[in-house]
Each structure stands twice: as structure tokens, then as C-alpha cells.
Design a binder for this molecule. Structure first.
Ligand code: 5GP
Ligand code: MN
Ligand code: MN
Length: 476
């Protein structure tokens, strides 16, 4: 049986169920975005996800969707916890709770002009990255202190003086997920986590100094503190080796447990277990612990950025607008077919986009909905969106522009050194670890972020609040 795409609106397509699909696929895309999705087989992955036990409503693809491990990156799927619904590590990804935060400076772009080089050099020296260890916080307390990171996330980092209470108000989950269970995090994962907290990671991760280039929803932009010309900092990082190891360990455990639960999947990368099974609960506990590690990590990178601003610009004042992950499974309540249910919502390369007045939003943002942070690339725009009252896909939106060119292909067609020169000429300061790394992350590797974000807006997933442009990028 072959999949066929049925157009529902100019921005929304349906994959009717075939074979073992339990629900349809729903793809948010324009005609222009479709070819990349069909070329890389990510729509086959959307269909595969639709076969998971307990899945409700649809298997969704965001406009930035591309091929990933089991689930596509840019995939959203929710399962009914009380009806045998499963949780799947492939639906979260290897970089558990990878996410983005945006810091807003009181400075205008022209006030930074003369110090930008000094600032970028300072960040270059002081933001630990690549495959190596973190440098901001040595866990001198060893494993016991790591346990506290796994339980407390950003809250623990702030308790230890790395940040202010206001930061936590502006984090998803107020900085920490509740159901973390460090006992489900293996010794190997602990080992990998000991030295890396407070480090950016490699490749796609970055810290970018940006300015607000344009605003759209003026009331929301005002409430978010985003005025045209305003300087801000976007940080994209995750849970490093610890999260990766958690994913590896639990994929393996689920693969062996699947026959016991009578589950078969079309692709073993979709290994999963019922949320309420021992394997499901173990993964949920370990994933939450890794998520907290990722949040503490971004909190530490924030403090390092504030110190760099203090030294180079004279003010370390950087207010956190929001911190949100784009690789996570969460237990949430949603109404499905007229009944409120407990769902396990997987967002992999997709961002939660809560509507205005949702109880989880900080008071000062509640009128406008949750900020959705969408990086584009180091040479193009990035966006701040906000969640809508209606929304779709269990209140989710895109997480980036999305890759169109594999790292390999980018390496073959882009010269990292030339790219750096080109960016510098365009006024974007580049502090990378290698020419190779830069080539892999070339703006041409990604889709057109304007098209992706425009599609989200027109499909009603989230609306545009502000467009940001890069002044300087520190690449992992
Ligand atoms: P991912 O989490 O899937 O690795 O990346 C999320 C998104 O970040 C990508 O889809 C891409 O659009 C964006 N991105 C990657 N590198 C950069 C960068 O250096 N700067 C900005 N602003 N965005 C980037
Ligand atoms: Mn990541
Ligand atoms: Mn990411």
C-alpha cells in the first residue's frame, strides 16, 4: 500500500491510514516545503509513528520536519496513558530536553557596536564547547551533587548561586521536571554527566548574540521586552553525553521488553513500552532526570554569558524571556473526542506552544501565550513566536528551520573557511571550533526559516512575535 497525501488547506495535508496505522498523519507544510519531506522519507516515519499503541488523533509533522532516528525530527505524537499508550525514546531523541532559551539585554544594537568583538572573544574563551568537558561548574561533590542536578535542574543551579529566582519563573516547569528518578540513570550515564554540565556541546548547538529586526504582534513583543534594535542572546544546548546514554540504555531495555508487552513496531528504532509498564516508568524517570541536567546546563551557560557581558559591555543584565525544550515527552491533560485524558505527548524537534492564560505560564506572559523560540541558522533570521488560543497538534509548533542537507552533503559542498569569511563580511562575527563544524552547519543546510515560520502561523500553530538577526555566533 502506498501513502498518499491529501491536501486539506494550503498549509495542512493528511496521510490517510494504511496498513497498521491507527490514526492518520497530519503534515503542516506548503507546496514549497513538501518536496524535501518526501525526498528524505520523513513522511514514511510519520506513518510509522501512527502505528504506535495508544496513539490518539494523529501523527503530526511540523513544517521543519526531517528524517530522524525512528521518529522524524519535527514529529509530535500523543498516546493515551490509561489505554496502554506507549512512550518511545526515539520520540524524544538522543539529546533529551535539548532546547532553546532567549535572554534579553537592555542594550540597543548600536550601543554594543564597539564592544562586539571583545564580547565575542570573551564568549569564545569562556563558553566550553566541542566534545570536551564543561568549565563553569565543577561538580566537586561528585555523584551526590550530580544527583541534585538530576533532581533539581535549573532550580538547583540557581540555589547554588548560578542565576536569580526570576530565571526560574521563566523556565518551562519552573526549571525542573518533577518525576525525575536518578536511579534509572545508569552508572555509565552518570559518569558521562559528571564533567559536562555547563558546556554547549558540538555542531548544531550554539550561543548567538542577536538583535530584534522586526516585530509583528506588538502587544506580545512589548510584554516579551522585545523592541526593534534590542540585543538578545539565544542559547541552544541539551543534556550532552548523559542524555545520549540514557536514550541508548532505555532503547535497549525496551527492545527486549516489547515482545513481553505484545508490541511490534514497523521499525525497531521505534522501540517503546507502555507508559505504565516498569520499562515505561523507568524511562520516564531517567528522561526527566536527563531533562533536568539539560536545563541546569542552559542555566549555567546563561550565567557564563552574563559574566562575559559584564566584562565586555559593562552590564551583565540579561533577562530570561523563556527556556523551552524541543526534545521531550510530557504527561499532559488534553481533550480528545470530547473526553479529557492523560496523554504522553512526544515532541521531538518540536516546541510546546501553550495558549494564553494557561496556568503554567509566568504571570507577565499570560496574556500572550508561551514564547516559542525558533532558531533559523547562523546566517539567517531566527524567530520568537507565541502560542495561540486554539493551536493544534496538542499545542506544538516547529523548533527550527529544519535540515535539508545532510552533514555529509554540506561538508562536500561548503568550504568552512570561505563561509566564515562570507558571514563576517555580512557583519556576523563567527567563533567556531572548526572549519568542518561550520561547513556542516552552513545556512544552506537548513530550510527557509521564513517559510517554515510562516507555515506555522498560517496553520494556526503559533503566531509571529519578533524576528531576530545574528550579530555573532559561538558554535559548538
Ligand atoms: P536541532 O535541535 O534540530 O539540532 O536544531 C534546531 C534548529 O536550530 C535547526 O533546525 C536550525 O534551524 C537551527 N540552527 C542550527 N544552527 C544554528 C545557528 O548557528 N544559529 C541559529 N540561529 N540557528 C541554528
Ligand atoms: Mn541538541
Ligand atoms: Mn536541539
Amino acid at each position: 500500500h502506498a501513502l498518499s497525501l491529501v491536501q486539506e488547506t494550503p498549509y495542512r495535508w493528511r496521510l490517510d491510514p494504511i496498513d497498521a496505522m491507527r490514526v492518520p498523519g497530519v503534515v503542516f507544510a506548503t507546496e514549497a516545503l513538501l518536496p524535501a519531506m518526501t525526498d528524505d522519507r520523513s513522511l514514511d516515519q510519520v506513518a510509522n509513528v501512527a502505528t504506535l499503541p495508544g496513539i490518539v488523533t494523529a501523527s503530526y509533522a511540523m513544517p521543519d520536519v526531517h528524517w530522524g532516528y525512528g521518529f522524524p525530527i519535527g514529529g509530535v505524537a500523543a498516546t493515551d496513558v490509561d489505554a496502554g499508550g506507549v512512550i518511545s525514546p526515539g520520540g524524544v531523541g538522543f539529546d533529551i530536553s535539548c532546547g532553546v532559551r532567549l535572554l534579553v539585554s537592555p542594550l540597543q544594537r548600536d550601543e554594543l557596536q564597539h564592544q562586539l568583538t571583545a564580547l565575542m572573544d570573551d564568549l569564545d574563551r569562556n563558553i566550553p564547547r566541542g566534545a570536551g568537558p564543561g568549565g563553569i561548574w565543577r561538580l566537586v561533590g561528585g555523584l551526590a551533587e550530580l544527583e541534585e542536578v538530576l533532581r533539581g535542574g535549573s532550580r538547583f543551579a540557581v540555589e547554588r548561586g548560578h542565576g536569580v529566582a526570576r530565571d526560574l519563573e521563566h523556565c518551562e516547569d519552573r526549571g525542573a521536571v518533577d518525576d525525575a528518578d536518578p536511579r534509572q540513570v545508569s552508572a555509565r550515564a552518570h559518569q558521562r554527566g559528571l564533567s559536562q554540565v555547563g558546556s554547549l556541546g558540538s555542531g548544531n548547538h550554539f550561543l548567538e548574540v542577536q538583535y530584534v529586526d522586526e516585530t509583528y504582534d506588538q502587544a506580545a513583543a512589548d510584554a516579551f521586552g522585545l523592541r526593534v534594535g534590542q540585543v538578545c542572546v539565544m542559547i541552544h544546548s541539551g543534556s550532552r553525553g548523559l542524555g545520549h546514554q540514557v536514550c541508548t540504555d532505555h532503547l535497549k531495555a525496551m527492545l527486549t521488553a516489547m515482545p513481553r508487552h505484545g508490541i511490534s513496531v514497523p521499525d525497531k528504532q521505534l522501540a517503546c513500552a507502555p507508559v505504565q509498564s516498569p520499562e515505561g516508568r523507568a524511562y520516564l524517570g531517567a528522561m526527566s532526570a536527563a531533562a533536568n541536567y539539560g536545563r541546569a546546563n542552559r542555566q549555567l551557560l546563561t550565567e557564563a554569558t552574563r559574566r562575559a557581558f559584564e566584562r565586555a559591555v559593562g552590564t551583565g543584565e540579561l533577562d530570561l524571556l523563556y527556556d523551552v525544550s524541543h526534545n521531550l515527552a510530557k504527561l499532559e491533560r488534553h481533550t480528545v473526542d470530547g473526553r479529557e485524558r492523560q496523554l504522553c505527548v512526544h515532541r521531538k524537534g518540536a516546541t510546546r506552544a501553550l495558549p494564553p492564560h494557561h496556568p503554567e505560564l509566568p504571570c507577565d506572559l499570560t496574556e500572550h501565550g508561551q514564547p516559542v523560540l525558533v532558531p533559523g541558522s547562523m546566517g539567517t533570521a531566527s524567530y520568537v513566536l507565541a502560542g495561540n488560543v486554539e493551536g493544534d497538534a496538542f499545542h506544538s509548533a516547529c523548533h527550527g528551520a529544519g535540515r535539508v542537507m545532510s552533514r555529509h552533503a554540506a561538508l562536500r559542498s561548503v568550504d568552512g573557511r570561505a563561509l566564515k569569511q562570507q558571514l563576517e563580511k555580512a557583519g556576523i562575527a563567527v567563533r567556531g571550533t572548526s572549519a568542518r563544524g561550520l561547513a556542516e552547519e552552513a545556512p544552506a543546510s537548513y530550510k527557509d526559516v521564513n517559510e517554515v515560520v510562516g507555515t506555522c502561523e498560517r496553520a494556526g500553530l503559533a503566531r509571529r512575535v519578533a524576528r531576530l538577526r545574528p550579530l555573532g555566533v559561538v558554535k559548538g
